[in-house]
Ligand binder design. Structure first.
Ligand SMILES: NC(=O)c1ccc[n+]([C@@H]2O[C@H](COP(=O)([O-])OP(=O)(O)OC[C@H]3O[C@@H](n4cnc5c(N)ncnc54)[C@H](OP(=O)(O)O)[C@@H]3O)[C@@H](O)[C@H]2O)c1
Length: 306
């Protein structure tokens, strides 16, 4: 069956856009958050909202789970260092970073949910020297967060007891209220290593269209989809585009070594990993066409409103 209700576990930036589009499409939406403003936004949209943290003993939203429900798990990895999660065992032998999502999946199994979608990240691919990657490419995550995501994905794929477990690997998200403009204007942004890094992006509007397509059309078997516009660009080209469109000063440059001294391993890995991410599977299986086919078209629309 196809779900007519979506439960968003962690209604942040993507979750709120998902709530908007799902309600517009006539679906019932339930969301969790710890944030007062988000509670108000979700109420205003007509969603049911629960204040909930992964540390809470009870999950009050559980009564909404059922065979008509798709669950979208949108909580980031909650630890920054890999040592932190592997040295300290949580329950039994399960590493600490897997416990929160495993608890939610268990509740979904108990209530016979229609589908479980995990919003993961293309950081699981690690560095492929600028080559194209698709969902079958080897995973070589370099960052602690990338490794944790890869562990979670593997746990979900192997466990997969509700059948339709889907992993959506997201690239860099942008959209209204989430652009590089504020960074550039604040002077906090630096162009690392000449901006040679390849960046893969997707507009939040298209992420949500892809999630809704997955809920509606993805097969019942475990499946992975890259969520990206499929048109990677160099960071330098993106920054040049924004600065020339807006008149904002070009940012200062910084070497990788200087950047590494200032930032931790997760940030450094983001600048060192070089991949070009394909979205052929999404396009072919769902006839999916991004409304913003590359980051320039997406930014152009955002800058018009700025
Ligand atoms: N930003 C990117 O470019 C990017 C790229 C790839 C993947 N992703 C991943 O894609 C997903 C969606 O991204 P996003 O930008 O929408 O994330 P976001 O705005 O940071 O939202 C994360 C959500 O998780 C919730 N959360 C965090 N810690 C929690 C805890 N301890 N207990 C309960 N809820 C908790 C937050 O709760 P509150 O509402 O209370 O804050 C929020 O609703 C995230 O997993 C993100 O890591 C992001």
């Amino acid at each position: 069956m196809t779900a007519n209700k979506i439960i968003i576990i962690g209604t942040g930036y993507v979750g709120k856009e998902l709530a908007r589009q799902a309600i517009d499409a006539g679906l019932e939406v339930v969301g969790t958050t710890r944030n007062d403003e988000t509670i108000q936004t979700l109420h205003d949209l007509g969603a049911t909202v629960y204040r909930w943290s992964v540390d809470d003993e009870q999950a009050p939203w559980v009564s909404h789970l059922g065979p008509d429900t798709a669950v979208v798990y949108s909580i980031p990895t909650l630890f920054r260092s890999y040592q932190e999660v592997t040295e300290t065992d949580g329950v039994g032998s399960m590493p600490r970073h897997i416990i929160p999502i495993d608890r939610v999946l268990t509740l979904c199994e108990e209530r016979g949910c229609d589908r479980f979608i995990y919003l993961s990240s293309t950081s699981v691919y690690g560095d492929h020297g600028g080559e194209w990657v698709d969902e079958t490419s080897p995973l070589r995550p370099a960052s602690p967060v990338g490794k944790m995501r890869a562990d979670i994905e593997s746990h979900l794929m192997n466990r997969n007891s509700i059948g339709a477990v889907t992993i959506a690997r997201l690239v860099g998200i942008y959209g209204p209220g989430r652009t590089l403009l504020d960074y550039l204007q604040s002077g906090r942004y630096s162009l690392v290593n000449g901006g040679k890094k390849v960046t893969n992006r997707i507009h939040v509007h298209d992420i949500v269209r892809a999630i809704l397509a997955i809920i509606d059309q993805a097969p019942r078997d475990p499946r992975i989809y890259n969520l990206t516009d499929g048109h990677p660009q160099t960071v330098r080209d993106l920054i040049e585009f924004i600065t020339s469109e807006t008149g904002i000063d070009r940012p200062p440059e910084e070497s990788l070594e200087e950047y590494a001294r200032r930032k931790g391993p997760n940030s450094l890995a983001r600048w060192k990993n070089s991949i070009r991410v394909r979205n052929d599977r999404l396009r072919q299986e769902f006839d999916f066409q991004p409304e913003y086919p590359d980051v320039f078209s997406g930014y152009k629309a955002l800058l018009k409103k700025h």
